[in-house]
Design a protein around this ligand. Sequence first.
Ligand SMILES: [Zn+2]
Length: 168
Amino acid sequence: MQRPTQDEGHRDDAGSPVFSASAPWDGSRPDTLVVCCADGRWSAAIQEFLAAHLGTTCHADIISVPGGIEPLTLMDVVPKDFSFLRRRLEALVQGHGTRRLVAIAHEDCSWYRVHRVGPVKVDLRTRQLHDLRRAAARIHAMFPQIAVETYYARLAGGPPPRVVFEVV
Ligand SMILES: [Zn+2]
């Protein structure tokens, strides 16, 4: 008897769910795409912001990478990072008919702290706001049919502090 390969072994295990999600499946295409940082500390607040303020419920496409929209500002400096994000944006826009793009940057972003491109004297927040505006202009040039909104999330009040969102 032939021993199953590892792949076949995995296939045998398939079909037995370990969890059933309570949320009913919604197969409609989201018309909103969110581009934000992968930093999980901000995720709950961002989800709440999307649902309660922007009205996207949980039904939005999300591209979540460290530094968020930053690769779109790197066309001349790190073109492969720029292309990585551009190709994925194009795929979603073509596949889903995206009409609205929401870009969110956040305070204390470790990607921005570590990956400094440009003058060191410029503080992080200023750089992030500048990048949001540059990325928005780039998106507008690539996809003129899409409305672009940009926001900056930061901590306020407390303790414990709350996450607040500013229009950029
Ligand atoms: Zn971040």
